[in-house]
Design a protein around this ligand. Structure first.
Ligand SMILES: *Cc1c(COP(=O)(O)O)cnc(C)c1O
Length: 395
């Protein structure tokens, strides 16, 4: 059995000074050696021929390593500015691999409005094997410092959060975490993407993504990714990737890599379209509260401005009642009523009844009059017109 294929970009592979999109399009993606194919092929194979026993090209069995996956891991690691990247079959499989660093008796600190699936994984899966957790307001790092639970090994930050768009100051939480050498800081960077925010630069130890969302970007693939500079964490992740086997298929790696190439241009459009939608919402008489980190009135605006280069395409708002929130969510035509986010097409949903239903009755429960938008990259005028007609139906 060989070791898992390394995911470290080769020395000299990333010329100093390459910008984000150049990396997205070229790192790990040299033309294929035998045919010159310009795009990384889908290596749809489960096994690789060996010249002699144990003598092979670096690949022997596709759970352990596959060239399409290597290309994806190398490219995404470069986008996060990380030494190592490891891909998984879903965002939750990536989170699961990180959480397997823990042992019974260890504690996880998480934010009090984490993604529902993250909460379910930590509380219902890891909770059963003796991992404890607590939810904190991570916008107040000094309160976390004072309350620091015994045996905390991971601090799990999401910023901006799903679905309340709360912004956590990564550097401030990193400073609190760094006072405890046994603890590591994980940042779920799914909403911001590496184009808008690179958590390792602010002191995070581990970055996790649901690549299902903006990185894939086209609602056609489910995937997860972890980036880190910590060799110990990388060795653990590579071991779990092979030993547990929640690996992404070659075709899924291809689609994710294809999506990631256009991340920067898509994000610029998501940012500007969201800004237009926010203008509409702020002025609309039936809208109570608008949650978007780009608003100066947003409590996390200053932190967002420091650590993000744009405010993203996720916008949430409240309408005053569960009925009116449902009415808006069911009345749009261009905004499709669906879970998930981060793709070219605009989506609308009711978190309390859909994505975050599993958090009902927990400290992570969301307001019942909340509507969440994933603003796509269609023409902004068309999106504004669609949302206006839906809001105007509120009696
Ligand atoms: C979707 C999502 C996840 C889970 O990822 P999957 O690919 O659905 O498994 C984790 N974190 C955030 C913030 C998400 O939006």
């Amino acid at each position: 059995m060989t070791e898992p294929v390394t995911t470290r970009p080769e020395d000299g592979e990333i010329p100093a000074g390459w910008g984000f999109s150049t990396k997205a399009i070229h790192v790990g993606q040299d033309p294929e050696a035998t045919t010159g194919a310009v795009t990384v092929p889908v290596f749809q194979t489960s096994t690789f021929a060996q010249d002699a026993v144990g003598k092979h090209s670096g690949y022997e069995y596709a759970r352990t390593g596959n060239p399409t996956r290597t290309a994806l891991q190398t490219a995404l690691a470069a986008l996060e500015g990380a030494s190592f990247g490891v891909s998984f079959a879903s965002g939750l499989a990536a989170e699961d691999a990180i959480l397997r660093l823990l042992e019974p008796g260890d504690h996880v600190v998480m934010g009090n409005d984490a993604y529902g699936g993250t909460f379910r994984l930590i509380s219902k899966v890891f909770g059963r094997v003796g991992i404890t957790w607590s939810a904190h307001d991570l916008t107040d790092p000094s309160a976390l410092d004072a309350a620091w639970p015994d045996n905390t090994k991971l601090v799990w930050v999401e910023t901006p959060t799903n679905p309340l768009l709360t912004v956590v100051d990564i550097a401030a939480v990193a400073a609190v975490t760094a006072r405890r050498p046994e603890a590591r800081l994980v940042v779920d960077n799914t909403f911001a993407t590496p184009y808008l925010q690179q958590p390792l630069a602010y002191g995070a130890d581990v970055v996790v993504h649901s690549t299902t969302k903006y990185l894939g970007g086209h609602s056609d693939v489910v995937g997860g990714f972890v980036a880190t500079d910590d060799a110990e964490v990388h060795d653990h992740l590579a071991f779990v990737q092979n030993a547990v086997g929640a690996v992404p298929a070659p075709w899924d790696c291809y689609l994710t890599l294809r999506g990631a190439k256009t991340l920067a241009v898509r994000m610029d459009r998501h940012n500007s379209n969201a800004a237009r939608i926010v203008e509409l919402l702020v002025d609309h008489p039936k809208v109570h509260r608008v949650l978007w980190p780009g608003l100066e009135s947003h409590p996390g605006h200053a932190a967002a401005k420091r650590q993000m280069s744009g405010y993203g395409g996720m916008v949430s708002f409240t309408t005053g009642s569960r009925e009116s929130a449902m009415l808006v969510a069911e009345s749009t035509e261009l905004f499709t009523l669906a879970e998930s986010l981060g793709a070219v097409e605009s989506l609308i949903e009711h978190p309390g009844a859909m994505t975050h239903a599993s958090a009902a009755g927990s400290p992570l429960e969301v307001p019942e009059d909340l509507v969440r938008l994933s603003v796509g990259i269609e023409d902004a005028d068309d999106l504004v017109a669609d949302l206006t007609q839906a809001l105007d139906r509120i009696p």
